[in-house]
Design a protein around this ligand. Structure first.
Ligand code: HPA
Ligand code: ZN
Length: 334
């Protein structure tokens, strides 16, 4: 589109990106070789990086994607692997015009297979510090809890991470993985503790699951952001509340299409959100799996909605406002 150079140059804040979701098939195969990890041969999709990439164009649901996502990350073993994964993402983000990135990671997906919590966080932190220094990119790490595992597992993970919130190595708490059948209210106690401890809170809600989960994340978990939240427009009253409270909704258009939450980007409630003053940002979710990084997502939205430069400026401004970046950095970016 004619706005492409403008979209490319816009200073972007990204808030909904899973570092493990930046694992490309080529890096997956390279790390598997380096760490002597056996890739499942029973699934033809793992025959080659190209076959895997092709399989990623045919996800039938969130859970179908998660199956590949959790297999893929088994190649991440050493601190250096986590660092490399995050660093390659930051390089790409920088080239897409990202100036501030808040990135998710799933410690339980690693500790559950014998990798220590410290290995994961040390590796990611090193990459974050390097991005701050060498790319002038401000970063925040957000620990996500897995909702398909028992809540007690989350409680243990929360305890493991306690020091990292106190020292600022972690910026916030999130909730992800399978949504349907896992209402967010079960994490109420952990989120209550997080609030008491002054920790920022967000949760995936209303991606595949119903709009009630968005309501529940707000009322039970007292989240400050909603990740995905595409079902929000189904409840006008709740949508007004989200707009009024300036809750940022972190949209991931290409993800929603790939996971068949919508048939086309045109079906996303972007116009409705703009008309109702809902603060939202455009993000990449799991860029190596969903066919694009943040700029590709911006372009897909532009193709579908033909927004004006003024509207885009407002969207990126809302993204910085809704970010958890440090006060002085935020003033500088606004
Ligand atoms: N939804 C839920 N869990 C996830 C996602 C997602 O889009 N990406 C990585 N884990
Ligand atoms: Zn996500």
């Amino acid at each position: 589109t004619h706005l492409h150079p403008y979209l490319a140059a816009l200073p972007k804040a990204e808030h909904h990106m899973h570092l493990e979701g930046a694992l490309s098939p080529s890096l997956l195969f390279a790390l598997a070789a380096r760490n002597s990890i056996t890739i499942p041969t029973s699934d033809a999709a793992f025959g080659s990086p190209a076959a895997l990439l092709d399989r990623y164009t045919r996800f039938s649901s969130l859970d179908d994607f998660l199956h590949y996502y959790f297999i893929g990350m088994k190649c991440l073993v050493k601190e250096q692997d986590f660092e490399q994964l995050a660093w390659e993402y930051f390089l790409k983000a920088k080239s897409d015009g990202v100036v501030h990135a808040e990135v998710f990671f799933d410690p339980q997906a690693h500790t559950g297979r014998g990798i220590t919590y410290e290995t994961v966080v040390n590796g990611f932190t090193t990459a974050c510090q390097r991005a701050e220094k060498e790319l002038e990119l401000s970063t925040k790490l957000i620990l996500c809890l897995l909702r398909h595992l028992p809540v007690e597992d989350s409680t243990k993970t929360y305890a493991q991470a306690r020091m990292d919130w106190e020292t600022g190595r972690l910026a916030g708490l999130g909730l992800d993985s399978s949504e349907k059948g896992f209402p967010p209210g079960a994490w109420k106690e952990i989120y209550g503790t997080a609030k008491t401890n002054g920790i920022r809170r967000t949760a995936h809600a209303g991606e595949e699951g119903p709009v009630e989960y968005i309501r529940e994340a707000l009322s039970e978990l007292d989240v400050e952001r909603i990740d995905h939240g595409i079902r929000l427009a189904e409840d006008t009253e709740l949508m007004r509340e989200v707009a009024e409270k300036k809750i940022l909704v972190t949209l991931c258009p290409l993800s929603n299409v790939r996971l068949q939450c919508v048939k086309d980007v045109k079906e996303l409630p972007i116009r409705t959100f703009l008309d109702n003053g809902v603060m939202f940002s455009i993000n990449s979710d799991d860029p190596a799996y969903f066919g694009g990084y943040i700029l590709d997502n911006y372009c897909a939205v532009q193709e579908a909605f033909n927004l004006t430069a003024r509207e885009w400026a407002a969207i990126t401004k809302a993204a910085v406002e809704g970010s958890w970046c440090n006060y002085s950095r935020k003033q500088y970016l606004l």
